[in-house]
Write a protein that binds this ligand. Structure first.
Ligand code: ADP
Ligand code: MG
Length: 355
């Protein structure tokens, strides 16, 4: 070990800072895609088409039919902390949209080649722009960086190419494209189940079959059937709770006592954002253990809406985790209800086999 020679502390170059920040938010292609899906849904889209090459490392493209972006807003689109969704800190307590930090597109532009093609209802053409390190850049050296008029439908297409091209250690850390594609399908599948009224498709580049295809008008059970199969969709019970004490609403489709697999699938949404929660997962597994054979695990879709002032989405830049008030009480209330449902289904089954 050799100690480094002592140097005067110096401020880091702003592009280095931005690259570090980007790498913290976007660890793998799936994290970029999740941000792009949330943006498209925030824009009121009813159709999202996703195209993926090399697990998203070569290409991630998402085409939506939402409200689009004004041509005049394009030059600042990828500047850090540029957002149309949040103005003052207090807005964080009433935020209804997925995004709020204005960090996703900025981050992506620091670690990938980013192209945006977009058309609003009032524009008579679409506009295409290329971004690097937060700024507009020309598509070819020597050309102007200004957005170019082009043909296109209303909505936005975001193309992310060569993710981590300038972060070689990260690029090398990916073992296989199919592993990354599996993560992509997982997140698309989650939103495809959750977002009623939105059609989803996800395809691997050059593949004739689509990985995921759900129509806009499908019910939640049908969406689960399309993505997870009939054996699961046929064994679901539904329950919902509206609780005034802790100000939450929950909708659940969960497998009954006749169904079990080796690993829990928990499609968890809190205020319409896909999140993870080991405490909710553990509590539900515990509840099911009384009804399923040893080692058997459930399938659960759970959408929890909490009054925004009771929730803290600002725990981490990735927004993968959220904190909320009265977590224990809310989880207990949900598990009680699940228990009642499972006991009910179980009893009717015993009754049927006896008669
Ligand atoms: P945030 O979502 O936190 O605002 P982003 O960097 O994800 O930050 O997006 C920046 C802004 O770009 C958004 O606030 C929105 O105005 C615009 N935008 C991004 N994606 C889309 C889209 N698919 N359709 C319309 N507007 C979009
Ligand atoms: Mg966003």
């Amino acid at each position: 070990y050799m100690a480094q020679k002592w140097r005067d502390p110096r401020p880091l170059d702003v592009n280095v800072v931005n690259k570090i920040a980007a790498g913290e938010i976007i660890v793998a292609p799936v994290h970029a895609l999740k941000e792009l899906i949330e943006n498209a849904v925030d824009a009121g889209s009813t159709s999202l088409e996703i195209l993926v090459k090399d697990g998203g490392l070569k290409l991630l493209q998402i085409t939506d039919n939402g409200h689009g972006i004004n041509r005049d807003d394009l030059p600042i689109l990828c500047e850090r902390f540029t957002t149309s969704k949040l103005k003052v800190f207090e807005d964080l307590t009433s935020i209804g949209t997925y995004g709020f930090r204005g960090e996703a597109l900025a981050s992506i532009s620091h670690i990938a080649h980013l192209t945006v093609t977009t058309k609003t209802k009032d524009s008579n053409c679409a506009w295409r722009a290329h971004f690097s390190d937060g700024k507009l850049v020309p598509s070819k050296p020597g050309q102007s960086a200004d957005p170019k008029a082009t043909a296109g439908r209303q909505g936005t297409q975001i193309t992310v190419e060569d993710l981590f091209y300038n972060v070689p250690t990260r690029r090398r850390s990916f073992r296989s494209a199919s592993e990354e594609y599996a993560k992509v399908l997982d997140i698309v599948g989650r939103y495809a189940v959750h977002c009623s009224g939105v059609a989803f498709s996800c395809k691997k580049h050059g593949d004739s079959t689509t990985g995921i295809a759900t129509p806009a008008n499908a019910t939640i059970i049908d969406r689960i059937r399309l993505i997870h199969g009939s054996p699961i969709a046929n064994e679901l019970v539904e329950l919902s709770i509206e609780d005034e004490t802790y100000c939450f609403k929950v909708q659940v489709f969960t497998s009954n006592a006749n169904y079990h697999v080796k690993r829990t699938t928990l499609l968890l949404f809190i205020n319409h954002r896909a999140v993870e929660s080991s405490s909710i997962k553990k509590a539900l597994e515990q509840t099911y253990s009384a009804f399923l054979p040893k080692g058997g695990r459930p399938f659960i879709y759970l959408s929890l809406d909490i009054e925004p002032s009771r929730i803290d989405v600002n725990v981490h830049p990735t927004k993968r985790e959220v904190n909320f008030l009265h977590e224990d009480e809310i989880i207990e209330r949900i598990c009680d209800e699940v228990r009642v449902k499972l006991a009910g289904v179980d009893r009717s089954r015993t009754f049927m086999t006896q008669s």
